[in-house]
Structures are given as C-alpha cells and as structure tokens.
Design a protein around this ligand. Structure first.
Ligand code: SF4
Ligand code: SF4
Ligand code: SF4
Length: 258
C-alpha cells in the first residue's frame, strides 16, 4: 500500500480550465504524480475512484444542481482537506455574475423553457462554501502555475497555503507598469487579491478582479477614490461582478445599496 498522500481532483460547473491549467504544468506533472496517489482527476483519468477517501480534494467549479450538491457532500465526507480550486469554486465566477438579483428563474426559463432536467433540479450557481466547509482556496480564473503548484506542494506536505495580503497593484508596480487609472482606464487592481503577478496590466489590459476581492482593503475608501477620479460606481460593480460572483453581490451591493 502506498504511503503517499491521496489526492482527488473533482470538477463541477465551470469551463474545466483550472484542471486544464494543472494539466498544462507539463514540466511538473511527473513530480506531482510521484508525490501523490491520485485517486480522481476527472480531466486526466478515465479510471477514477469516486468513492475513495482522500487526504486532499481539489474541487473546481460552482454548484447549481441538487445532484452536484449531493456529490459535493459526498466529497466533503471522504476528504480530510477540501480546497476550492479556482474562482468558480471560490466565488461562483462568471456563471454567478448576476447572483442575488432575484431574476435567475426568469433567465433560466428564457434559455431552457420549462424542461425537466435529468441532472436534478437546477438553481443559481453558487460557490462551494455555501454548502460545505472549505479548508483552503486556490484563487484565480484560472489559477497561476506558480501559485497553484506552491499551494498543492504545501497541501501534500500537510500544510495549508498562505497568500499575500497585498492587492494586484503591488505586483503591477513591481513590474514597473504605468498605472492604467492615470490613462482613464478602470482597473480593479487596488481591490483585487494579489498573487497572479499582474499579467493583464503587463499586457496593457486592466485587471477585472479574477483573483477575487482582497479581504483587508479599505473598500469604501478605495471606491470613493475611484469615484472622485471620475469612475462610476455602477461600472466598478459591473466589472467586479464578472468574476466575483456571490462575493460581490453580498459585500458590494449591500455596501453601496445597489
Ligand atoms: S475558475 Fe475560470 S478557469 Fe476555472 S473552471 Fe471556472 S471559469 Fe474555468
Ligand atoms: S494599473 Fe491597475 S493594478 Fe496597476 S497600479 Fe494601476 S490600478 Fe493598480
Ligand atoms: S491582473 Fe486581475 S484579471 Fe488579470 S490575472 Fe490578475 S487578478 Fe486576474
């Protein structure tokens, strides 16, 4: 019997890009397969042992059917450490961009009509922490290679990943980028969790917050500053909702009564 830590990599609603990001780590994949006894890896294996107990479960995707909810409960029961893998699992991401606006059923019927789903009753996409205890997250849509591999290495060694408390702006400045806000382009870097190394701004594209909102920022002060500089609160929220899912609607819409 192997004494390696056991790992399960599961996927729910999303584009499966987080699993793909891991598969793309071609130089490190052999090390990963040597370091862990991989019981489940939906995107990479056909002989998945769904019922296996695992030391670590990486769960990608948001939850939006009763069947997924049951499967998630099952994974939680079988996993010692459960990790939200990517922004869909952590915040709901794109499919939860209108979370909490009260119009989900209307949208659902417009697209699907009154069909009965074989996969069980559907509901508004939600992050996995709405249903089960989550021990750690690996942020990003999709997660960055360096951060994801560091996090998985820590998890395989019995530790939880720890991230910077600094926003994307810090990494942006370390890359000596000119601030896009000064050019009149709305960038969410000051309010977004750092760790991605600011690739978008380094390619002259503003941050749209795919790492999720940073917990320790003074959000209202930052937003006031953006408003003072001519940016509209509606545009800030709309942009943040693209990836921020339920977290934005719960934190920001209450804060700004939108
Ligand atoms: S977080 Fe992004 S990359 Fe990962 S499954 Fe969701 S949409 Fe795809
Ligand atoms: S461009 Fe964006 S991330 Fe960079 S310093 Fe300005 S606001 Fe921050
Ligand atoms: S700069 Fe912003 S949008 Fe780009 S990867 Fe980082 S968090 Fe995501």
């Amino acid at each position: 019997m192997s004494n390696k830590p056991t790992l399960g990599i599961f996927g729910f609603t999303g584009c499966a890009g987080c699993q793909l990001a891991l598969l793309n780590c071609e130089d490190q994949l052999i090390d990963l397969f040597e370091a862990a006894d991989i019981k489940v890896f939906y995107e990479a294996m056909s002989n998945n042992d769904d019922g296996a107990e695992v030391d670590i479960a990486l769960v990608e995707g948001s939850i939006n059917t009763d069947k997924q909810k049951e499967e998630l409960f099952h994974i939680r029961k079988k996993a010692k450490t459960l990790v939200a893998f990517g922004s869909c699992a952590s915040y709901g991401c794109v499919q939860a961009m209108a979370y909490g606006d009260g119009k989900w059923e209307e949208r659902f019927r417009k697209v699907y009509g009154d069909v009965e789903f074989a996969v069980g009753k559907a509901f508004e996409a939600q992050p996995i922490h709405k249903f089960v205890k989550v021990d750690a997250t690996i942020p990003g849509c999709s997660p960055a290679t360096h951060q994801m591999l560091t996090a998985i290495t820590k998890l395989l060694n019995g530790n939880l990943p720890v991230y910077t408390n600094a926003p994307v702006c810090l990494e942006c400045k370390l890359h000596e980028n000119e601030c896009l806000l000064n050019k009149g382009i709305l960038c969410l870097g000051p309010l977004t969790q750092g760790g991605c190394t600011a690739p978008c701004i380094s390619h002259n594209t503003p941050c749209v917050g795919c790492w999720g909102i940073i917990e320790e920022a003074n959000h209202s002060a930052e937003i006031e500053l953006l408003i003072e500089n001519g940016y509209k609160i509606e545009d800030i929220i709309r942009k943040f909702r693209i990836f921020g899912g339920s977290k934005i609607s719960e934190q920001y819409t209450k804060l700004w009564r939108l």
